[in-house]
Write a protein that binds this ligand. Structure first.
Ligand SMILES: *Cc1c(COP(=O)(O)O)cnc(C)c1O
Length: 402
């Protein structure tokens, strides 16, 4: 079953035939570390790659394989590898693509631990990187050196929701024969398929929208070409060993079934947040890809189907006002991570980006009053009422203070 159905159908059916599993409607959980061979010769054939079938779960597991096939269809690639965390997927692809002396061009904002990994690679292996804006071809061109081997991007970028123009990235990469890796965690495959725009690899922190229920840490790496994925499966993934457990894959299969309905609701709620926040006197700026006043809205509409579930905004009064506001919220939870059923709020300056030096943080556009909301699946009216009472309480406190 490949690509003849809509994504809404693929998230539920691809990669699984119940008739091969005693008719079990749900994908069975193969919670096993190893697989028994019927004969010594069968074991020999499996190891030689002459016969399909299980060997040992670090090399492949039937439950994990269903998830991998489903993701391959959703991201329109030719193969997928499942990892124990998003960071295991990031480190696997960067290890696969680079060697000592190479250079990586990255989007100006990247996930904090990806930034940490790039620092380790530079210090230990002399693999260097340049962070740049990805809005135009000129900006990307300027960062490329003779040693550059790949372009690594996120879009939308955490937490400012700045976009990388996937078309521009692809045009530059083609001219210089560079591989493109896209961390598609924020968009999810429901909103954006970077392979359609020329990406070679797409990765996800499956912890977020793919799972959607806040109870798993996991990662997925999809490849445009099967050969690349097979090579990583037989080397970096197998030998570094950061694989996904069958139980986590089982939970992800269950979560993924509702991806399309969840993404629609997340996006609707985020759009309502955007409209509401724009009317608030205490709010200086709102950042949302599909907001008509966003200078990058045409890029957003060119590469994403809807705006997604994340909205950032700056509150007047800096860190103190931001923290007071968060403490006043009753329904919305103060937590990092995103893409869960619960609406979450976090303060990048003191949380996800607290490790980034202040000057770099300001260059990334992270103001001390910036807050990031991950819209959950609750009723929008209840959420907006929560925001409303928090704004009122912060305003009252300001009045009494001054
Ligand atoms: C969370 C996240 C990661 C890291 O994923 P883990 O599953 O926590 O290891 C990488 N990239 C982005 C954009 C993320 O949000």
């Amino acid at each position: 079953m490949n690509n003849k159905f809509h994504k809404d159908t693929e998230t539920i059916h691809t990669g699984y035939e119940s008739s091969s599993h005693h008719g079990s409607l749900a994908v069975p959980l193969y919670q096993t570390s190893t697989f028994a061979f019927e004969t010594a010769e069968q074991g020999e054939r499996r190891f030689a790659g002459e016969e399909e079938g299980g060997i040992y779960s670090r090399l492949g597991n039937p439950t994990v394989r269903v998830l991998e096939e489903r993701m391959t269809a959703l991201e329109k690639g030719e193969g997928t590898l499942a990892f124990g965390s998003g960071m295991a997927a990031v480190s696997a692809i960067l290890t696969h693509l680079t060697k000592t002396g190479d250079h990586i061009v990255c989007s100006r904002g990247i996930y904090g631990c990806t930034f940490g990994l790039l620092t380790v690679m530079e210090q230990k292996y002399n693999i260097t990187h340049t962070l740049t804006s990805m809005g135009t071809e000129e900006e990307i061109e300027a960062a490329i050196t003779p040693e550059t081997v790949c372009i690594y991007i996120e879009s939308p970028i955490n937490p400012t929701m700045e976009l990388a123009d996937l078309k521009a990235v692809s045009a530059v990469a083609k001219r210089h024969s560079l591989k493109i890796v896209v961390d598609n965690t924020f968009a999810s495959p429901y909103l954006q398929n970077p392979i359609d725009f020329g990406a070679d690899f797409v990765l996800h922190s499956a912890t977020k929208y793919i799972n959607g229920h806040g109870d798993v840490i996991a990662g997925l790496l999809v490849g445009r070409n099967k050969e690349d994925i097979d090579q990583i499966r037989g080397s970096v993934q197998k030998d570094y060993g950061g694989i996904m457990s069958p139980f986590d894959a089982w939970l992800l299969i269950r979560g993924l079934k509702t991806l399309s309905v969840r993404m629609q609701r997340h996006s609707e709620n985020a759009e309502k947040f955007t409209e509401y926040l724009k009317t608030q006197d205490m709010v200086d700026a709102v950042f949302y890809p599909f907001d008509e006043s966003n200078p990058q809205v045409s890029i957003a509409k060119n590469q994403m189907t809807v705006g997604g579930g994340l909205v950032s905004f700056t509150i007047k009064g800096g860190q103190q006002a931001a923290q007071t506001f968060m403490n006043e919220l009753k329904l919305i939870k103060i937590a990092v991570s995103l893409g869960d059923a619960e609406t979450l709020i976090q303060h990048p300056t003191t949380m996800t980006h607290s490790g980034v030096p202040e000057t770099d943080r300001l260059k990334m556009g992270i103001d001390d009053g910036l807050l990031r909301l991950s819209a959950g699946l609750e009723h929008a009216d209840d959420l907006i009422a929560d925001l409303e009472q928090a704004f009122q309480n912060v305003a009252e406190q300001h009045k009494t203070l001054s």
